[in-house]
Design a protein around this ligand. Structure first.
Ligand code: ADP
Ligand code: MG
Length: 749
């Protein structure tokens, strides 16, 4: 109680936005302050060096030594002007977060003065230090690709992502050098190397398709294609003091015990509601930090569940967006701390209310500003759009199960298919209009008209919707409505991959999606090539023929209805679409020859790299579940049972006292009798769970078997323990209960 009262009376921390001319600085004045941007580079580097750098960057060449030295010097000066004492290669091992090891700028230079050594200190950063570093990599997950005795791993500066400064201790700062992480043999040990590879092959194959349909009379030449990504981050915020009283949250990120309070999300009043002032203060400080880092935060709001919120940035090139999402999670975590709040990124921290996801908004854009997934007003005539749309559908058709593998984890399993998030069936939603466009083309018939005639006055991006209220302006209607139940929804000019977990790095799912689309674009290119024969480029008729062909072969994966319904599960089964309900099944799909062969063909994963992923994921799953199982055991044995015992003891003593004075002890006895069988069942469930945990110890050499057993046996055993513990929570006197309950966790900010 005192903790609750204490945290309720806490005044929100408010930092003043830095002022300029007597007003808070504008976002545009703060934005990117701590980023060594291209603009910074061009102003600080000699012109020839800067243009060599750009040339090497564009040509995907390695940066030469002289250029690297010059950049290292320039960035060091820039960083030191801003208080930097250290630099670090910042990379993304397969842990869903980032890694860093700081080195100071300090170097010693010795000279000999009359036979005596004189040591001089310098602040330096050399080109080779900037380009490459060698962390002792043996303690990062490698899935058996390296054994500890050959622990060499290298981090290499990813020249495409800008360097930036983060706060260090005592007012100093640290220079961050975004890097990839590879083994001695050049195998990817991280998330970024494969993402870069997948973006490259996707760009190449997209350019190939564009070349094939390039009409020199009417089209502008495209030189570059890149993947755009916008990541909507959902999260929970709870009071930090209460959080520290929950071992399950601290150790596993989710509550392993706890029942719903009478009021949670059923009134639907939290979504887009007024943001609590303490939360708003934290959000705003977080955004301030992120602006300085050049992260384009755009939207903040309350989410569906109590204490759940969302932060969405403006989309960026995929690898930058991934860096920025990881930074966002990191900054959110640190800033929440300052506000005595705790951010929970877990996909399902609370049973019974919505969990969190990270919608990945994905599209392809060209260097001349065209979004290849922009339908324009008449998608039926926009063949380029249709080809790219269909290539994406084909990727889902062929590799939906692979995409499902990319979002599988012990934590996301609690969310997917739980009637709040898309099921384990990967399908795509297109909306009425596009569905009709594809159907009409397939059936060789004219397009049906949409809605009332006045809505046909077409505007780019959609039709005009008349609101029938004179004072309100007419609005442009999107070509698609929303379908919140689809795991992969077309939302106007991009696909929204909605099944991605809130806690995971989006790098892996986006890498798999890029790879699958790269592969299907290759098929589109082959079909176009065949169709065009000797002609210079594929004509409209050629393109239409290919479009028709692809409409037919991707029909299966389109679904417009309610993805949460049981009817869809049946329908999907009829269609032969895989319904993958748990991570173990999902991970096995990485090894499917159809998937593995594609990933190696497009050059994103070697078989060895893929095999190592498979191992890391299976192993991580087993470890996650085991940690949860053990945490639950400890909590029940050390907290829940003793609390129940105390309550029983008090009830029993009261009953016997009351009996002595002949006051009637039936009410106390009634509660005692109610408690006893539940406690007995709880103890039995604990014994079973203990035995199952011990049994998993026997599985030592088969990681898949261990994963499967954790999922099939440990999870249900934990569920049984929880069900009895939750029953007790409802009966045992509140002052005896040792954990803050959902009511307090939800309503206390
Ligand atoms: P919604 O509310 O429908 O989810 P928003 O327009 O708010 O969509 O956008 C959600 C996210 O999608 C934002 O991060 C936004 O920047 C991003 N986004 C918008 N257009 C694109 C695009 N063409 N490609 C990738 N992401 C995009
Ligand atoms: Mg969205």
């Amino acid at each position: 109680v005192s903790t609750v009262v204490e945290s309720l009376t806490k005044a929100p921390r408010n930092i003043a936005f830095p002022q300029k001319d007597g007003r808070p600085q504008l976002i545009s004045e703060i934005f990117g302050q701590n980023v060594f941007s291209f603009k910074q580079m061009s102003s600080r580097l000699p012109k020839p060096v800067y243009s060599t750098f750009l040339k090497q960057l564009r040509g995907n060449e390695t940066i030469d030594k002289t250029t690297a030295d010059a950049i290292a010097h320039a960035v060091k000066v820039w960083a030191m002007e801003r208080g930097a004492t250290h630099f670090t290669h910042w990379f993304q091992p397969q842990t869903d977060s980032t890694a860093e090891k700081h080195d100071s700028f300090l170097t010693l230079k010795s000279s000999f003065e009359k036979g005596f050594e004189e040591v001089e200190c310098l602040d330096s950063l050399s080109g080779s230090q900037l380009l490459q570093s060698e962390p002792d990599a043996s303690s990062f997950p490698s899935g058996g690709m390296r054994s500890t005795f050959e622990a060499r791993g290298y981090t290499i500066w990813d020249t495409k992502s800008p360097m930036f400064l983060q706060e260090g201790p005592h007012g100093t700062s640290i220079l961050y050098v975004p890097s990839v992480f590879i083994s001695y043999n050049g195998q990817a040990l991280d998330e970024k190397t494969v993402l870069l590879r997948s973006s490259e092959v996707l760009a190449k194959n997209a350019l190939d398709v564009l070349d094939l349909i390039f009409d020199p009379e009417n089209d502008e030449r495209v030189n570059q294609v890149h993947t755009s990504l916008g990541t909507e981050q959902e999260y929970f915020l709870i009071d930090r003091a209460l959080y520290t009283l929950r071992p399950d949250l601290k150790i596993t990120g989710r509550t392993l015990i706890g029942g719903l309070p009478p009021r949670h999300q059923q009134l639907e009043d939290h979504y887009f509601g007024k943001i609590p002032s303490r939360v708003l203060a934290a959000m705003s400080e977080c955004e301030y930090e992120l602006y300085k880092l050049g992260v384009p935060c755009k939207t903040r709001h309350n989410e569906v569940a109590p204490a759940q919120f969302e932060l969405a940035p403006i989309y960026e090139e995929a690898m930058i967006a991934v860096d920025h999402n990881l930074l966002t999670m990191d900054v959110l975590h640190r800033v929440a701390h300052r506000h005595k709040l705790k951010v929970l990124f877990h996909e399902k921290p609370f049973k019974g209310v919505n969990g969190s996801g990270k919608h990945c908004n994905w599209s392809l854009s060209t260097d001349n500003g065209i979004n290849l997934l922009e339908p324009t007003a008449k998608p039926e005539e926009n063949y380029r759009f249709l080809l790219f749309l269909l290539a994406t559908l084909k990727a889902l058709e062929d590799h939906g199960d692979l995409l499902r593998a990319g979002i599988a984890s012990a934590s996301n399993d609690h969310r997917l298919g739980a009637h709040e998030a898309p099921p384990g069936i990967i399908s795509a939603f297109l909306g009425d209009h596009l569905t009709e466009v594809l159907n009409a083309i397939e059936e060789d018939r004219p397009l049906k008209t949409f809605g009332a005639p006045e809505m046909q006055s077409v505007r780019v991006g959609g039709t005009v919707l008349d609101l029938k209220v004179a004072t309100l302006p007419n609005i442009a209607r999107d070509l698609t409505d929303r379908n919140r139940t689809s795991p992969f929804a077309f939302t106007g000019n991009k696909f929204e991959f909605r099944a991605v977990g809130s806690k995971q790095s989006v790098s892996f799912p986006v890498t798999l999606l890029n790879s699958a689309v790269a592969s299907s674009l290759k098929e589109v290119a082959e079909a176009l090539r065949k169709q065009k024969g000797d002609k210079q480029y594929a004509t409209k008729e050629d393109q239409l023929a290919v479009i028709k062909q692809f409409i037919k072969i991707t029909k299966n994966v389109r679904f417009e209805g309610d993805n949460y319904s049981d009817a869809w599960v049946k329908e999907a089964e009829k269609r032969g679409l895989p319904n993958i309900v748990n991570s173990y099944d999902a991970f096995t799909r990485l090894r499917e020859p159809r998937n593995a062969e594609m990933l190696s063909r497009v050059g994103v994963f070697t078989n060895e790299e893929l095999e190592s992923r498979y191992h890391i994921l299976m192993e991580k799953y087993a470890k996650d579940v085991r940690i949860e199982a053990q945490t639950l055991l400890t909590m029940v044995v050390q907290l829940i049972m003793p609390a129940t015992f105390s309550y029983r003891k008090d009830l029993a003593q009261a009953a016997s006292l009351l009996k002595d004075v002949e006051a009637g002890c039936e009410p106390e006895l009634k509660v005692l009798k109610e408690l006893t069988p539940i406690l007995i069942d709880l103890q039995k469930a604990v014994v079973t769970l203990e035995a199952e945990i011990a049994a998993t110890d026997d599985i030592t050499d088969d990681i898949a078997a261990l994963c499967k057993k954790s999922q099939a046996i440990l999870l249900p055993a934990m569920e049984a323990v929880r069900s009895y513990a939750d029953q007790l929570e409802g009966i045992v006197g509140d002052k005896y209960w040792p954990l803050p309950k959902y009511t307090e966790l939800f309503l206390n900010i």
